[in-house]
Write a protein that binds this ligand. Structure first.
Ligand SMILES: O=C(O)CCC(=O)C(=O)O
Ligand SMILES: [Fe+2]
Length: 349
């Protein structure tokens, strides 16, 4: 054990948990852009009556965004997918009306009409990036928009509706294929990008980010081989109601000079001989603090969710309508999506 500890200490020193300018892009809308976008989206917003119409209007919404935003902003939004080194894109000053913002829901989700501009912006962003939005039948009732907020009845859940415990390092939907790098056949991939949009923030509970490539590089060659092999069982997250574990999965995938990672609440080694490396990985991740992603109301952040892990600390219980409230949307390249419903095109099997 003493050796393992020394070994881990050495390994931890090799891991850089921050981002450099190449990995993270921050865009801040000018007051003119914010205003122009608000007025053009408000005009369309009456037609958005449910998630299906929101989805069907995605091209129109993206067109409005293209004309209200500067060329520079649109280019930066598009560059997020084209630039392979970019992992995180933070955008500030989206229109958000804090005076009329409804209370943070702690039970039933707020109706779409109360958050319509934010959801239009999220869908428009995915469209500008040419990454279709998606949801899963067995998570979030199949809905596109996930209200990331502490729910009274789910405080203890290890999910974006919990808060009583911290949410440790993870990628979302880790039990499914990794979008863009692993083949999808009968089941669709996990999301490639996550976008969070902040409606209401509270001090001291940022989402934390941790790039994965240094973690991978810090292992020896033989350990890397184990972690790249189909040697692990991955259990679905607590928010997935009915899916089983996936067997014979690698934790890391490497292609050219890039590394992707799946990681979630419960991962087991398929054979005892892989236990030591898995345990070491778990110990290392538990020690790494990562980088905070601070948000203001009207900030969005999109990240390549298998190239950096995310986490969240405990959220102080607060059910008075003033609690932390983000909206989350998944998107993925088209080949990661397996349509499951003729009338709900964004649902992936
Ligand atoms: O609440 C957060 O900061 C992150 C939540 C999360 O992990 C998710 O929505 O997937
Ligand atoms: Fe998550």
């Amino acid at each position: 054990m003493k050796n393992l500890t020394q070994d881990i200490k050495m390994q931890l020193r090799k891991i850089n948990t921050g981002f450099n300018e190449v990995n993270k892009l921050v865009t801040t809308l000018s007051p003119g852009e914010t205003k122009a976008l608000a007025s053009s989206l408000i005009k369309l917003s009456d037609q958005v009556v449910d998630e299906l119409t929101l989805y069907r209007m995605r091209h129109q919404i993206a067109d409005e965004m293209r004309s209200a935003l500067s060329c520079k902003t649109v280019t930066e939004i598009e560059s997020f997918v084209e630039n392979e080194q970019l992992l995180v894109h933070e955008i500030n000053n989206w229109p958000v009306d804090m005076i009329n913002m409804v209370p943070t829901p702690a039970g039933k989700d707020a109706p779409l009409k109360d958050i319509v501009l934010a959801t239009m912006i999220q869908v428009g962003l995915s469209e500008l990036r040419n990454r279709p939005v998606l949801s899963y039948p067995s998570e979030n009732n199949g809905q596109l928009i996930r209200h990331v907020t502490q729910k009274y009845a789910k405080q203890n859940q290890l999910s974006s509706h919990g808060g009583a415990t911290n949410l440790p390092w993870h990628s979302d939907v880790a039990h499914r294929p990794i979008a863009g790098v692993e083949a999808t056949e009968l089941v669709g991939a996990g999301p490639e990008h996550l976008t969070l949009f902040a409606n209401r923030v509270i001090h001291g509970t940022p989402t934390m980010f941790l790039p994965v490539s240094d973690i991978f590089e810090s292992f020896s060659e033989s350990e890397q081989e184990e972690l790249l092999g189909n040697n692990f069982v991955i259990y679905p997250p607590e928010s997935f109601s009915s899916e089983g574990a996936s067997k014979h999965k690698p934790i890391f995938v490497r292609k050219e000079d890039k590394v992707w990672m799946r990681y979630g609440g419960r991962i087991e080694a398929e054979e005892q001989k892989f236990d030591a490396t898995l345990t070491k990985l778990k110990l290392i991740l538990a020690k790494l603090e990562g980088t905070p992603q601070f948000m203001l109301p009207g900030t969005s952040v999109t990240w390549k969710q298998n190239r950096i892990l995310h986490a969240r600390s405990i959220i102080p219980a607060q059910f008075n309508g003033a609690g932390r409230w983000y909206l989350r949307l998944y998107s993925a390249s088209v080949d990661g999506i397996v349509p499951s419903h003729p009338e709900v095109p964004f649902l992936s099997r």
